[in-house]
Ligand binder design. Sequence first.
Ligand SMILES: Cc1cc2nc3c(=O)[nH]c(=O)nc-3n(C[C@H](O)[C@H](O)[C@H](O)COP(=O)(O)O)c2cc1C
Length: 179
Amino acid sequence: MVAPKVLALIGSLRKGSFNRSVFNFYKEMAAGSLELFEGTFHEFPLYNADIQDIGFPPSVQTLANQIKAADGLLIFSPEYNYSIPGVLKNALDWLSRLPEPPFKGKPCSILSASPGKLGGARMQYHLRQVAVTLDLKMMNAPEVMISGANKIINEGQIIDEGTKKFLKVHLDAFLKFVR
Ligand SMILES: Cc1cc2nc3c(=O)[nH]c(=O)nc-3n(C[C@H](O)[C@H](O)[C@H](O)COP(=O)(O)O)c2cc1C
C-alpha cells in the first residue's frame, strides 16, 4: 500500500521547540507507513488585505499547493495564552483567503505539547473551532495533549515510553482516518 503523504504545520518557530521534537519523533516513527513533511509559513507577512489585493505572497501559494497535494494535515502546536499561536493563526488566515482554500475535507489532527498541566488543550479547542470554517475534516480521537513536556522531552528526545506508545496509537488511528 502506498504511504499517505501528510503535511505538518508546526506552530512554534523556536529551535528547541517541544512541539517540533514531537514532530521529529512522529516523522521517524511513521516512516514507511506515512510520509510526513513540513510545510513552512515563517516567510508569510502579517495578514493584510492590502497585500492580498496586490497579490498573494508566493510562500502562501506554495504552502496551499502542498496542502492540496497532501492526503492529510497534522498540526503540532503549543498553546499561547490559552489559544492558537499568532504565527500559526496568521498562516491559516492567509491560506483561508485564497480563491480555492486548500483545507476543504482534508483529514486533520492536532497534537500539542506544553510544560503546563493541560498540554495545550485550550489551544486545540480554539483550533477546532477555526477548523469548522476552514472545513477541515477533524479526527476526534485520540487527542494528543502532552503535559509536563519539559520532563518528557530532553534535548529534543522524547524520554517517556508511555508518550511514545500513545503517539503510536495516534498514528495508527490517523492512518485509518486518512485512508
Ligand atoms: C506568549 C506565550 C504564551 C504562553 N501561554 C501558554 C498557555 O496559555 N498555556 C500553556 O500551556 N503554555 C503557555 N506558554 C508556554 C508554552 O507552552 C511553552 O513556552 C512551550 O515550550 C512552547 O512550545 P514550544 O516548546 O513548542 O516552543 C506560553 C508561552 C508563550 C511564549
